[in-house]
Write a protein that binds this ligand. Sequence first.
Ligand code: SF4
Ligand code: SF4
Length: 196
Amino acid sequence: MKRREEMSFLERIYVIEVAKGVVLTFGRLIRNFTLHVFHLFGLKKNIAAAASIQYPNERRPYPTRFRGRHRLTLHNDGSVKCTSCFLCATACPARCIYIEAAEHSDPNVEKFPHRYEIDTLLCIYCGYCVEACPVDAIRMDTGIHPQVYPADPRLYIEDKETLMERSKLLETYGPQALFADHMKRMQDLEKKPFDS
Ligand code: SF4
Ligand code: SF4
């Protein structure tokens, strides 16, 4: 597309352009306000008005393939499935997965993550870690989006216990309860944004 380099005289004095912007903005405002009033009385339902989502009290449904916050999957006995192979950390383009491997007390298990952390402030939610894992030990199927915390960057780091707990909650209460808990936290945060 070729952009016009020179502004016309009317554009350079701005007044006309500002007036056009004001007319456009107020035109939309009045149109949407009128439509919302009509909708309240059951009229003009076939014409959509601009919708605002009152987040965090409301939300749009996410698509089923939405990549949400991570979780570490578990064996039936509640132990972590991760074998500390480091493939997820190697595949991660943001270098935000930190793993410390340790020897397992069970001789049949080679090693396990003594420490497993994801710095979600750096994470770009690409899902490469999930694709790289050979044992399905990490997933992003929680349906919940990243949480907004106060300014301390350390609060964005999710440790192994948090990631495992998310799997337990998902299995025990289901995704709706997980999301309800997440929304409650977001609402509390909105009420008191400076409380950590
Ligand atoms: S989603 Fe992407 S950026 Fe985030 S931890 Fe996984 S691989 Fe790294
Ligand atoms: S989560 Fe999967 S890919 Fe990452 S270290 Fe554990 S087993 Fe390996």
